[in-house]
Design a protein around this ligand. Structure first.
Ligand SMILES: NC(=O)c1ccc[n+]([C@@H]2O[C@H](COP(=O)([O-])OP(=O)(O)OC[C@H]3O[C@@H](n4cnc5c(N)ncnc54)[C@H](O)[C@@H]3O)[C@@H](O)[C@H]2O)c1
Length: 441
């Protein structure tokens, strides 16, 4: 039987890797909400209500009335970044929020000065900031990050820490069984400074887990999605989650594909393209960085509309891997800044194979969509740790584009948004001491 989560004691430290558009929008929003000057729209932990109990005992409660979530007033922030700008300057630079939504918390934001980043330019060539640690080896990087975490804990007086990666997408690191499968091999590679197989993000994750903090990967990096990190999470009894915030186009995809699948319509092809102009877009304009994102974005559809299960419906395209043709493109286009535009063209077919098309044009705001996910992922992984949950937190798949799963055992990830929602609700029920169930509500 699952454990009920213990009540939090003291403050929660949220240490964010990357102090860019997403992080500053998240931090500013939390601070403004605390002052009663903004609403945390889009956050499940702040708004959603779940049914608990059945029949006459049935009640719909907010998460905080089911489980002991940390209060927004008890959060203290810290961050690392390659650039030295503090959170106030960085929020202005990002141009996501209007000044009127930043100024009231200016003093608090100025205090968040980024710690030096554990960074390697080969992992993000388009960045050239100098607020970077001088580390001789990857192991040295780990030691320095661990020290940062310990110092923050001491100076801020927080009781618990969660580390969230909201930094740029690193270049694609293919999984190498000799390095990434066993913890001792990964540690050896860090000590031998194997810079090709050990990304800086792995150093942050390793350091976080060693210092008792859950780690969440918000970019598509493979960081904690390797067996060696699963082993470390098991050993330290801490939650990990990843990868890649499910915000715009993929949210639409994982909510829309079930319409096609549930009504047994056919699919010939799905073409997704995006234009965006923020720093994230700049980094993703580099082919090696885009590859990481592409792998993550492509994986969504294949586990929802499965050619092998329905060859008449999904085995008609011309893509060797997926049968139907699935393509994802991201184009860097500076005038749009953080206001990304995503187009989806979906070629479906119906009765007797007659073709039809669906077009979706989502004019979204990337960081506005990502900020509530940061809050939910942070609060729920802190909660999971207090409920004694450790390893990959599958119930957090709801928030992630490319949910972690045990590929060494051929586990298929759940990408279907509404199945993910059932997993989320059941985990909340269990951590609140209720029984998990799948009753329709
Ligand atoms: N906004 C969304 O909808 C969304 C969705 C899914 C994933 N993401 C991912 O979230 C991440 C953040 O997005 P953003 O728009 O805030 O990007 P951003 O470029 O504004 O911010 C990222 C920051 O990370 C810093 N950084 C890079 N490498 C670092 C390192 N090793 N250590 C410390 N700092 C480092 C950069 O200097 C930059 O300031 C990206 O990886 C992006 O792909 C965003």
């Amino acid at each position: 039987m699952a454990e009920k989560a213990k009540a939090p004691n003291g403050k929660l430290g949220v240490m964010i890797v990357g102090l860019g558009a997403v992080s500053t929008t998240f931090i500013t929003g939390v601070m403004m909400t605390r002052k009663g000057l903004a609403k945390p729209v889009g956050s499940m932990t702040q708004y959603d209500k779940i049914r608990v109990g059945r029949g006459a005992d049935k009640k719909y409660l907010k998460y905080k009335d089911i489980v002991p979530l940390a209060d927004l007033n008890d959060i203290e922030f810290a961050a690392w970044d390659v650039y030295p700008a503090n959170a106030y300057e960085s929020a202005l630079n990002a141009e996501v929020l209007k000044e009127k939504d930043i100024e009231p918390v200016k003093e608090e934001l100025i205090k968040i000065k980024p710690l030096k980043a554990a960074f390697d330019r080969n992992y993000a060539k388009r960045l050239d900031g100098d607020n970077v640690k001088d580390a001789k080896t990857r192991w040295d990087m780990v030691e320095q990050i661990r020290e940062d975490i310990r110092n923050f804990k001491k100076e801020s007086g927080v009781e618990r820490i969660v580390v969230l990666w909201a930094a740029s997408t690193e270049v694609y690191v293919p999984i190498n069984e000799k390095v990434h499968y066993k913890l001792e091999d990964l540690e050896k590679a860090m000590k031998e400074n194997d810079v090709e197989n050990v990304a800086p993000s792995m150093c942050y994750a390793y350091a976080a887990l060693k210092e008792g903090a859950p780690f969440i990967m918000g970019a598509p990096n493979t960081t904690v999605d390797i067996p060696a990190m699963w082993e470390l999470a098991e050993q330290t009894k801490l939650p990990i989650a990843g990868k890649d915030f499910k915000t715009g186009q993929t949210l639409v995809k994982s909510g829309f594909a079930p319409i096609i699948g549930t009504r047994c319509l056919g699919l010939n092809g799905w073409f997704s393209t995006n234009i965006l102009g923020n720093r994230d877009g700049l980094v993703l304009d580099e082919p090696a960085n885009f590859r990481t994102k592409e792998v993550s974005k492509l994986s969504t559809l294949e586990s929802i509309l499965v050619p092998e299960e329905q060859p008449d419906l999904y085995g008609h395209g011309n893509d060797e891997d997926t049968q139907y043709y699935h393509k994802v493109r991201i184009n860097y286009y500076p005038p749009r800044n953080d206001n990304k535009e995503g187009w989806d063209n979906i070629d479906i077919f119906g009765w007797m194979g007659y073709p039809m098309q669906i077009k979706i044009n989502f004019l979204c705001r990337d960081s506005i969509l990502a900020a509530p996910l940061c809050l939910d992922l942070v609060l729920l992984s802190d909660l999971a740790a207090r409920a004694g949950r450790y390893g990959t937190q599958r119930f957090l798949s709801f928030f992630l584009k490319s949910p972690q799963h045990d590929y060494t055992e051929d586990e298929v990830p759940v990408n279907h948004l509404f199945q993910q929602y059932v997993m989320l609700k059941n985990a909340i029920r269990e951590m609140g001491g209720y029984e998990a169930d799948e009753e329709i509500d």
